[in-house]
Ligand binder design. Structure first.
Ligand SMILES: [Zn+2]
Length: 294
């Protein structure tokens, strides 16, 4: 007679490697968390439920958090840093997962931020507020850093985001003597910044190019991918400029579908890399096929 199977609580190594020309990009899962349709605006809860059910996703919805390791032209760069210790035990798995592939925090020379919201920035610091990545230069869109440092910004922001300002300040502080700000354009060999403003004023995608191969890494263009690709008019209460965020999402999805650009997303379901396809209504996500050999 078979013994009762004890189900493991965690999946093994949350990593997915993707070759991009001569570069290697690794999706690194930071965890998942219980979300709520209260986050979503622009469509009602019944429509949210219908869209997530149609996509075979659970209700209430769960959200995924990812970061990306980009090894290109002799650099080891991270795009975003996950939640760190700030958001409970189902998140903050970034450094464990990196270590499982032999990458230590001190091996990271650059951290590229998509934006400065807590689920992306809090992994910069440990429980004592010290830098997790002791040798990394922090690269942030100039408009993003200026917005989060402007004492007038909280007064022009949704109430749900007010505590994000102090959180961003604390996360960025240990890196203050090694921050580089930039705007659109080439940032490093093979790495280009593309502003996607709206969710935050300086939200930035990172376009990775090597040889004839490309990958565009998005931040919060979508939070709940199945829902907001099917209904791009659905925004979130966290969007600083909701109308601009909708326009940015529609443009990004349209561009990725039209130009067949491979995309990765911080809130895409893991392994978080794939293509956008145009559907009769809205867009859909076609995940990259998993292969045993990289
Ligand atoms: Zn986010």
């Amino acid at each position: 007679m078979r013994e009762t199977i004890e189900f493991p609580r965690r999946q093994p190594a949350g990593l997915h490697h993707l070759v991009v020309g001569d570069a290697l990009v690794t999706a690194v899962n930071d965890g998942t968390f219980q979300a709520s349709f209260d986050l979503i605006v622009g469509i009602d809860h019944a429509e949210c439920e219908r869209l997530e059910t149609a996509a075979f996703r659970p209700i209430p919805p769960k959200m995924t958090m990812n970061a990306f390791l980009v090894q290109i032209a002799g650099r080891r760069m991270l795009v975003d840093t996950g939640c760190g210790v700030s958001m409970g035990p189902t998140l903050g798995m970034l450094t464990d997962n990196l270590q499982s592939m032999g990458v230590e925090p001190e091996d990271i020379d650059t951290v590229l931020m998509t934006h400065l919201h807590p689920d992306h920035v809090n992994g910069l610091v440990d429980e004592h507020g010290e830098a997790v990545f002791p040798k990394a230069e922090l690269v942030v869109n100039e408009a993003e850093l200026n917005f989060f440092r402007d004492p007038g910004s909280p007064g022009r922001s949704p109430p749900e985001t007010l505590e994000f300002f102090e959180g961003a300040r604390l996360a960025v502080a240990p890196y203050s003597d090694r921050i580089r700000t930039l705007r659109d354009g080439p940032a490093f060999p093979g790495v280009t910044a593309v502003t996607q403003a709206g969710h935050t004023p300086g939200q930035t995608a990172w376009l990775i190019e090597s040889g004839s191969d490309t990958l565009m890494i998005w931040g919060d263009v979508v939070h709940m991918p199945n829902l907001q690709m099917a209904a791009p008019q659905a925004g979130t209460v966290l969007d600083i400029d909701r109308e601009q965020a909708i326009a940015t999402r529609k443009r990004a999805l349209d561009m990725a579908a039209t130009d067949r650009i491979r995309v990765a997303g911080t809130h895409f379901d893991f392994p978080a890399i794939g293509h956008i396809e145009r559907r009769t209504i809205g867009f859909g996500f076609v995940p990259e096929v998993w292969r045993a050999f990289v």
